[in-house]
Structures are given as structure tokens and as C-alpha cells.
Design a protein around this ligand. Structure first.
Ligand code: HXC
Length: 270
């Protein structure tokens, strides 16, 4: 059930990286359900095929599913070219492909740090750059082309065992702001959506893998629950819609107030 009109993305094409699973699959479903042509990409063709079948069945639309590693520019360019070939352009990019594993800095290998920064930050640059000519062509038609980068909130404070992701996501926030200023005059908006703890995601399975850790994490959310994938998808839908046509360069936090909360020196619990 959505509060948005079901045709608000009719005639638009969205490319969604990381769209084979989790939050980005939910965004793909939401966008297709509101009329968009959707292309999804991630490394595993099997995940993509399953997601495309599921979304296609739910929305009666053909979903394009092409495997690519966002770290590899030639694979990214191939996905972009096939999306344009199939749907005639790209109006919306959602850059969501990401990697994470909790590990202390002292035990994080050089390659481990680089891997996460490469997937999250370099990957966001790679897809943004490859999509730019098509976003520009779309903006010349309707002045509402969009990039949404999926960020996070853990980089606002110091979260142990998350140095690689925090550095990468802070980089994404900075990159998005520059993109918004450079591409705004051309009619391309750029914003981040920053999810907090979202239930039924690979991220939370990695960060809170036991019922005890889940319960403890939930205590620190003022809204007293984890978010849903649909709530992140709704935020993305709002940002790419005409309702947000004067919004660019922002970070839209969807975290139930989680990152703001601190028990303070008294250790107060909510
Ligand atoms: C320590 C680890 C590790 C671990 C991998 N590495 N897992 N180090 N602890 N658990 C190290 C490896 O040893 C290696 O370094 C380097 O990282 C690269 O690992 P590979 O497995 O070769 O990389 P690759 O196959 O490219 O896989 C990428 C990955 C993997 C990030 C490591 O976990 C992955 O594919 N993840 C995708 C799914 C995912 O993470 N989803 C969650 C996103 S959540 P050496 O030195 O040995 O060569 C998210 C949101 C965050 O992003 C915010 C939440 C609130």
C-alpha cells in the first residue's frame, strides 16, 4: 500500500545498483509499482533474476536485470548502455550497491578497507559518471532527472568496527553535495537517503546478528522499532517526485531518530 499516486513515475526509467536484494530491491519494486521502467544490477545474476521475477510478477512490468560489479567501470558502462538500449534513456539513478562487515581497525586488512570504499564510494562515482549523459538528456526534456545515493548515519558519530563504511559513506555524502551543485543548473537533482536500522536487511544481519543485539539496538531508537524497507523506498520516491522538485544536495535521514540518541554520561535508557 502506497500513499503516492500509482503513475507518478510513468514514462521514467530508473537504474538501481544493488537492486538484487534488500533495500534496493524494495526501491526497485516501489518505483516499478509507480510506473517506472526499472533496471537492476548487482554482482550475482541469480539474485537479480529472482528479484526481477518477483517485481515483474507484482507490478506486471518487465524488469531489466544485468549483472555488474560497480567497482569495474566497463561493467557499469555495459549496464548503462543496455538500460538505454532497452528503455530509451535513464531519468533516475539510485546508487545503492554496498558492502559491510564489522571489524576493528587493528584487524582490518588493507584490502578489506579498500574493498568497502571501492564498492560504496568509487562505485557511486562510477555509476554517476556513466549515467551523466543520459541524466542530462532526460533533464533537457523535463528538468527533473535524479540521483539518489544510499548513505548511512553511522559516519555522524564514532561507531566501533565500522571505519571502512563510515569513511565510504562520509565520502558519498560529500560527493553527492558536489554533484548537486555541478549538475543542478542542468536540471539534475542529487540527494542522499540515509537509512538507520532497517529490519530484514543484510546490513542488520551483519551488525546485530543475535536476538540480544537486536533488542539492544532497538532500545536506542526513539521510535522504538526498526524501520522497514518500504519506508526507505517511500523516501526515495518522494525525493525523485515532483513534490521534491526544489530539493537537491540534501541528506534525508530515515532512522527513527536513532543516530541522535545517546544515553549520555548517566547511561539513561529510553
Ligand atoms: C574481516 C573481511 C571480512 C570480515 C571480508 N574481509 N570479510 N575482513 N572481517 N568479515 C576482507 C577479506 O579478507 C579481504 O581482504 C577483503 O575484505 C575483500 O574480501 P573479498 O571477500 O575478497 O571481497 P568481495 O568478494 O569483493 O566481497 C565484498 C565484501 C562482502 C564487502 C567483503 O562482504 C560482500 O560482498 N558484501 C555485500 C553484501 C553486504 O555487505 N551487504 C551489507 C551492506 S550494509 P584480504 O586482505 O584478506 O584480501 C551497508 C549499510 C551499512 O552497507 C549501514 C548500516 C546501518
Amino acid at each position: 500500500m502506497s500513499i503516492f499516486r500509482d503513475d507518478i513515475l510513468a514514462g521514467k526509467t530508473a537504474l538501481i545498483t544493488g537492486g538484487g536484494t534488500g533495500i534496493c530491491k524494495g526501491i526497485a519494486l516501489r518505483f516499478a509499482a509507480h510506473g517506472a521502467n526499472v533496471a537492476i544490477t548487482s554482482r550475482k545474476q541469480q539474485n537479480l533474476d529472482t528479484a526481477a521475477d518477483e517485481i515483474g510478477f507484482a507490478t506486471n512490468k518487465k524488469i531489466l536485470a544485468i549483472a555488474a560489479d560497480v567497482r569495474k567501470p566497463e561493467e557499469v558502462e555495459n549496464v548503462v548502455a543496455k538500460t538505454v538500449e532497452t528503455f530509451g534513456g535513464i531519468d533516475i539513478l539510485v546508487s545503492g550497491a554496498a558492502g559491510n562487515f564489522p571489524v576493528p581497525i587493528s584487524q582490518l586488512s588493507y584490502n578489506g578497507f579498500r574493498t568497502v570504499v571501492d564498492i560504496d564510494l568509487q562505485g557511486t562515482f562510477n555509476v554517476s559518471k556513466a549515467c551523466f549523459p543520459h541524466l542530462l538528456a532526460a533533464a533537457e526534456k523535463h528538468r527533473n532527472a535524479n540521483v539518489i545515493c544510499i548513505s548511512a548515519t553511522l559516519q555522524y558519530t564514532g561507531i566501533p568496527f565500522q571505519s571502512h563504511v563510515s569513511a565510504a559513506k562520509a565520502g558519498i555524502d560529500a560527493f553527492m553535495r558536489t554533484m548537486a551543485t555541478e549538475w543542478g543548473p542542468m536540471g539534475i537533482r542529487a540527494n542522499c537517503v540515509a537509512p538507520g536500522p532497517i529490519g530484514d536487511t543484510e546490513g542488520m544481519r551483519r551488525l546485530a546478528p543475535t536476538p540480544e543485539l537486536t533488542e539492544r539496538a532497538m532500545k536506542h531508537v526513539p521510535l522504538k522499532r526498526f524501520g522497514t524497507i518500504e519506508e526507505i523506498a517511500d523516501a526515495c520516491l518522494f525525493l525523485v517526485s515532483d513534490a521534491a522538485r526544489y530539493t537537491t544536495g540534501t541528506i534525508h535521514v530515515v532512522d527513527g531518530g536513532q543516530w541522535l540518541f545517546s544515553p549520555g554520561v548517566g547511561g539513561f535508557e529510553l
